[in-house]
Design a binder for this molecule. Structure first.
Ligand SMILES: Nc1ncnc2c1ncn2[C@@H]1O[C@H](COP(=O)(O)OP(=O)(O)O)[C@@H](O)[C@H]1O
Ligand SMILES: [Mg+2]
Length: 282
């Protein structure tokens, strides 16, 4: 296929298109304090329902928004619907019902296609994102597909690799890199597209402490808004001002990250643990 679409779908079982099913009533959401987005609304979903072709109702009436330059943590146990929500936000999956908005406008079919150029999805597994013979070609893939002139492709790839500290590996095959290096190259493939919104799926999964630290400082420096799906609550504490708890395809809580991450009772109910961990008894 060789299209951008193919890159996003490589290694994933998801199917694009409709999965019709009536929306449920919007569930009540536990709001922990002022949760308005910081800055103007960039992207939002309203009452979104997503049903996989096998009938799994992965999102069951989800509403949330992210503001310009804002970093939001999307936390929840395995199977909560975090990845599915990122895919809906990226415009790759079309919800059965509900609305996806970009800068205040409801997305239609053409809008969703345009959205894909502005939103960058970093997969949980970098092996799903990297498939070219060399690091340089992988980072150039998106800009080339977007039809950018050679000089601009080179400029973007060079800048993206420098930013993630991987210029030295430009001629290496991605599959020879360490997990941490692969992750940074995966970030570079998205950076080269200069997205306005980053969607990061479990970005710290599988990284050792040093690789994790390098990635977290990199994420803190990236331009643009970020939605970070993770069950690594420490990552949310380090990166995000606001957080959302998703469970069973529903938003069950949202609020300032600091407040939410300390709510042991709430987190326990949804298979998570507070950060920082409570003082242990001597
Ligand atoms: N391609 C798929 N086909 C059918 N069900 C899926 C597919 N992908 C995910 N699911 C199901 O949708 C629900 C939400 O999954 P997911 O979005 O991956 O959750 P999370 O990222 O929070 O672990 C789960 O019940 C999962 O098993
Ligand atoms: Mg997931």
């Amino acid at each position: 296929m060789g299209s951008v679409e193919h890159r996003f779908l490589k290694g994933h079982g998801a199917v694009l298109g409709d999965a019709g099913s009536p929306p449920h009533a919007t569930p009540s959401v536990r709001t922990l304090r002022a949760t308005a987005t910081v800055g103007a609304e960039l992207a939002a979903v309203r009452d979104v329902v997503y049903v996989y072709p096998d009938g799994t109702r992965a999102l069951d009436g989800v509403s949330f928004s992210v503001g310009e330059g804002e970093r939001v943590g999307l936390v929840g146990p395995n199977g909560a619907g975090k990845s599915t929500l990122l895919w809906v936000l990226s415009g790759l999956l079309r919800p059965a019902s509900g609305e996806v908005r970009w800068r205040g406008r409801t997305l239609d079919e053409a809008g969703r296609r345009r959205l894909r150029a502005r939103v960058g999805l970093v997969f949980q597994d970098p092996d799903d994102q990297l498939f070219s013979p060399t690091v340089w070609e992988d980072v150039a893939f998106g800009p080339v597909q977007a039809g950018l002139p050679d000089a601009e492709v080179s400029r973007r790839v060079g800048a993206a690799l420098a930013k993630v500290g991987m210029s030295h590996a430009k001629d290496r095959p991605p599959h020879h890199l360490s997990e941490g290096e692969k992750k940074r190259v995966a970030v570079a493939t998205v950076l080269a597209m200069e997205p306005e919104l980053w969607l990061l799926d479990e970005p710290t999964a599988g990284l050792d402490p040093r690789a994790r630290r390098q990635l977290v400082s990199l994420l803190r420096e990236l331009p643009g808004a970020q939605v970070v799906a993770t069950h690594d609550l420490r990552l949310v504490a380090e990166l995000c001002s606001r957080a959302l708890v998703l469970d069973g395809g529903r938003v069950v809580a949202e609020g300032p990250a600091r407040t939410l991450l300390r709510d042991a009772e709430l987190l326990d109910r949804h298979g998570l643990e507070p950060w920082p961990p409570p003082e242990e008894a001597p």
